[in-house]
Design a protein around this ligand. Structure first.
Ligand SMILES: CC(C)=CCC/C(C)=C/CC/C(C)=C/CC/C(C)=C/COP(=O)(O)OP(=O)(O)O
Ligand SMILES: Cc1cc(O)c2ccccc2c1O
Length: 347
């Protein structure tokens, strides 16, 4: 496997630290018996460091910086269930969070695999898991399959924990699972400018409705409405990502919304995605309850992002927008939890 020939820094460091050698001997396998006594302890240390490095590679491949995008809708759906339904089951909340996280992670791996096999990811890409041979393609496939299986196991567990009807649970769960796969796998919705719609729906209404439904035991349209500000902000992450990758995506022959509308309109769209949620929070705070003003505390983080986008310094914008997304989502959730009883809009 590629990794065994090209160890990362962690392995080199462990070997250098424990044996006083540089990583080259490890890379080429030329170490002499005098320097690496064939004892069980040294073999164990080598295996342990190898396992540690492999685990780190799998974590990196998941791109955990993006996980706020799936955790905040779960928190939002549960907060709505608590506030408007009266209670929240912490075990269901945990299992639901793992389910959504695992399906999101699997979607990221499918994305890594297909972007690499279609030649879209390259040396300068954000996602270099396969380009830099951090993992082999079959590792990514196996890991993705494992995560989808784990997701199905969690969904089965949710069926037993929640009073939600099987057909409703299956509808939302497999809706999420198929979106996560079809984003880049199969027909590859991302490659035909439909990625933005997928992200808006899955990370917004679908995930919020899922976490709300497993708590209260029925489907409701209310979470769909509450999901709007968060979904817009999450789409801002993807849109900044696609604007950054516009030239390389064009070269690879795929079409994204950012390519279709060009840099100037992309800037306008990014601003709408970034600032419309704040307008919605202002309306909620003034018409319903002041606790809905809490997400406005993240406004100072939004202005520098607008400036970066305007100056076309796209490199760090997706990660920075994801940070903003996490904070805005958390403040939104706190705002809902702290709202006086009966003050929130309900149907
Ligand atoms: C409701 C349930 C049960 C689950 C929903 C779980 C979710 C949120 C699934 C969504 C999975 C999904 C669509 C993942 C794709 C993630 C994504 C946007 C990857 C980035 O794609 P690129 O645009 O290629 O970005 P890079 O250039 O960084 O690779
Ligand atoms: C890797 C990755 C990259 C992104 O730009 C995302 C944007 C929105 C939601 C999820 C995303 C993601 O998982």
């Amino acid at each position: 496997m590629a990794k065994e020939l090209k160890p990362g820094r962690a392995e080199t460091f462990v070997l250098a630290g424990s044996n006083g050698h540089n990583g080259r001997e490890w890379q080429t396998g030329l170490s002499s018996p005098a320097h690496h006594p064939p004892g069980a302890a040294s073999r164990m240390a080598r295996v342990a460091s190898d396992v540690r490095h492999k685990c780190a590679s799998y974590v990196i491949a998941l791109r955990p910086w993006s996980f706020s995008a799936s955790l905040t809708p779960v928190a939002l759906g549960s907060a709505l269930a608590y506030k408007l339904g009266g209670s929240v089951d912490l075990v269901i909340l945990m299992v639901c969070a793992v389910t959504v996280l695992v399906v999101h992670g699997a979607g990221n791996l499918v994305n890594t695999y297909y972007d690499f096999s279609k030649g879209i990811d390259h040396k300068k890409s954000d996602d270099r898991t396969l380009v830099d041979e951090i993992l082999a393609p079959q590792d990514v496939v196996m890991f993705g399959a494992l995560l989808y299986s784990l997701g199905c196991l969690c969904a089965t567990l949710l069926f037993f924990l929640s009073t939600l009807r099987l057909e409703h649970l299956a509808l939302i769960y497999f809706g999420g699972l198929s979106s996560s796969f079809l984003y880049t796998g199969g027909i590859g919705l991302k490659y035909v400018a439909l990625g933005d719609v997928v992200i808006l729906i899955t990370f917004g209404p679908l995930a919020v409705m899922f976490s709300h439904a497993v708590q209260v035991g029925y489907l409701s349209v209310l979470p769909l409405v509450y999901a709007v500000p968060l979904a817009l902000n999450t789409e801002a992450i993807l849109h900044s990502n696609n604007t950054r990758d516009m030239d390389s995506d064009k070269q690879a022959g795929i079409v994204t919304l950012a390519i279709l509308i060009g840099p100037t309109l992309s800037y306008v769209l990014y601003n709408l995605l970034l600032f419309v949620p704040y307008v919605l929070f202002c309306i909620l705070a003034t018409r319903y309850t002041i606790s809905m003003a809490l997400p406005l505390l993240t406004l100072p983080m939004a202005f520098p992002l607008e400036k970066l986008f305007r100056s076309r310094c796209y490199a760090k914008i997706p990660q920075k927008t994801a940070k903003l997304n996490l904070l805005m989502g958390l403040f939104y959730v706190f705002g809902i939890i702290l709202a006086p009883p009966g003050s929130l809009p309900s149907l």
